[in-house]
Design a protein around this ligand. Sequence first.
Ligand SMILES: [Zn+2]
Length: 210
Amino acid sequence: MSHPSRRRETPVPYITAWSEERVAVRTLTVRGDGAGLCYRDETPADRDAQGVLWSRLIEAPGCGKPNFRSVHPVRQRRAVLEGLCQVCGGPASRTSRGWLFLLPRSGPAEPSAGWPEGAHCTKPPVCVPCAATAVRYCPHLSEPVAVRVRKPRPRGVFGGFHAPGATGRLASSDDGYLPYGHQHTPWFLASQLVVELRRCTVVDLDAELV
Ligand SMILES: [Zn+2]
């Protein structure tokens, strides 16, 4: 995809989920040994290299309406792992100073010294033209910080726990972060990959746009 989908002149980012991309949760169940979750018709593609089970969502970008508050798990993970721009899905910008990320200026309420070094992020990188577009169209990115990151490393996943309740039916927790290797991983369903930003350099976005 060379350009983001457009509707009413509003670009729809590559990672945005559409209303027809429905979650297929009905096949989620407890493993036969009772030690965690699985899909009744699970395939190797349902888990990542760390053995974490991932949400199933059909891929049908452009179908229905875009839900700008929702991220498609498959496209988010693909963009992070393959260095794709979260807006257009093309190659993200990478220079000797690293991949280009746009972070909300708010970040932590009180940014620690050295922020965003070591910060966790679920947003994939961007290409330079889309950085300009994102700044213009994404209200949550008012006054974003442009950062070059040499070492974005997957450290865990964002999602929720699902465990049998009193009735035996699976009940889900609020969404949160789970680091890779956590002991309760078998009961977690991931929806986004989380990377740790290392070797960061805050850059001047205007200079990047030249
Ligand atoms: Zn782009």
